[in-house]
Ligand binder design. Structure first.
Ligand SMILES: Nc1ncnc2c1ncn2[C@@H]1O[C@H](COP(=O)(O)OP(=O)(O)OP(=O)(O)O)[C@@H](O)[C@H]1O
Length: 350
């Protein structure tokens, strides 16, 4: 038995903690559900945990709910089910002043895809990087300036760049500035929403290497959201796959990408052959439903069933996410059997 217990934090809110008083995981998302008015449920039953210093990837196609997950974690959109606990504080229970106080404390920092949109074009780089420090308070101007220079240096930028404005530096440099701004307040968790999608291939690689270095040097945990498996593959420890607002599979990245257990993950992997040393020995086309298959007529059940070539009547009932002995969790009735239906999933190089 783990020594999990509930404790009351400084905000008077319940949270999980280890018997020793420290949190077991830094971030615990448990059964999270989010709805937007008429759009209906956008996230359902999402559970994810991130340990201190760990890098977790969340992959999913456009509209699968990736950004909503990020926003719900910091309380920018309200959850209508489940809870989010960060470093012992139940974020989903915070409202108003206490929620703003939690965000200002800077424990979680967001880094967005498009640095030009997220950086104020009228401010200097130094002012942008120092924004969070100014909001958090407690430092003299000289101390703030020192922390700004330190953050810029850490992301590989010369502090002299501090006097420029976002329009006067390159796209790769802007993404570094966004990272410098995030790490200046010494957060425990970076939530990076498509951090490299707007960059060209060489800048993308440099920023990915930088994220890896920041995690090692600062011990900061990172949740990296992306639609691109290739970007995640070299950086993350674990990966979670989001489809239609549900996590369909999660586990150590090498295993999930090397031997996917959910047909949707398998399709993603087969569509991105560059990611694995052990690519799936199957073309993506074989993981899509045959044209002559009858349309899926059930409304409930597995969200992926209408697109899944392996769906059976059983899939009309929503699959539970089964935790497996190898540290993975898969939500598929046929997780262990679908791949046998059409031959081996592993490639010949594995
Ligand atoms: N403010 C909002 N009001 C209503 N519906 C919304 C809102 N924001 C997002 N949605 C809807 O919620 C769903 C998930 O959106 P979200 O932005 O979380 O997806 P995503 O996976 O991040 O997509 P992308 O990769 O395109 O950014 C989409 O169907 C979207 O249209």
């Amino acid at each position: 038995m783990s020594e999990r217990s509930e404790r009351i934090d400084e905000h008077g809110v319940r949270g999980l903690s280890s018997g020793a008083g420290g949190p077991i995981s830094l971030l615990e998302v448990d059964g999270l559900g989010v709805s937007y008015g008429r759009s209906g449920r956008v996230l359902s039953g999402v559970s994810l945990s991130v340990r201190p210093g760990e890098v977790v990837g969340v992959v999913g196609e456009t509209g699968s709910g990736k950004t909503t997950l990020v926003r719900a974690v910091v309380g920018l959109v309200p959850a209508d089910a489940g809870r989010v606990t960060f470093d012992g504080t139940e974020v989903t229970a915070l409202r108003g002043r206490r929620l703003r106080g939690f965000r200002r404390s800077g424990g979680i920092q967001l880094v967005f895809q498009d640095p030009l949109r997220s950086l104020d074009p009228d401010l200097t780089v130094a002012a942008i990087v120092g924004e969070g420090l100014a909001v958090a308070g407690g430092l003299t101007r000289a101390e703030q300036a020192e922390r700004v220079d330190e953050a810029l240096t850490r992301v590989g930028l010369d502090p002299s760049l501090g006097s420029r404005r976002p329009g006067q530096i390159s796209g790769g440099q802007r993404q570094r500035v966004a990272l410098a701004r995030a790490i200046a307040v010494r957060p425990k968790l970076l939530l990076c929403d498509e951090p490299v999608s707007a960059l060209d291939a060489s800048s993308r690689n440099r920023v990915l290497l930088l994220l890896d270095r920041l995690r090692r040097e600062l011990g900061v945990a990172i949740v990296m959201i992306s639609h691109d498996l290739t970007s995640l593959a070299g950086v993350v420890d674990r990966v979670a796959v989001l489809f239609g607002g549900r996590l369909v599979e999660q586990g150590p990245v090498g295993e999930v990408f090397g031997d996917p257990r959910h047909p949707y993950t398998a399709l993603l992997v087969a569509s991105a052959p560059s990611i694995g040393e052990r690519p799936l020995g199957r073309p993506a086309a074989s993981l899509r439903p045959a044209r002559d298959r009858e349309p899926w007529r059930h409304r409930d059940g597995c969200r992926y069933a209408s697109l899944c070539p392996f769906a059976t009547e059983e899939c009309a009932v929503e699959p539970r996410r089964e935790a497996r002995a190898d540290g993975r969790a898969v939500a598929c009735h046929h997780a262990d059997t679908w791949s046998d239906l059409v031959g081996p999933t592993r490639g010949t190089t594995g």
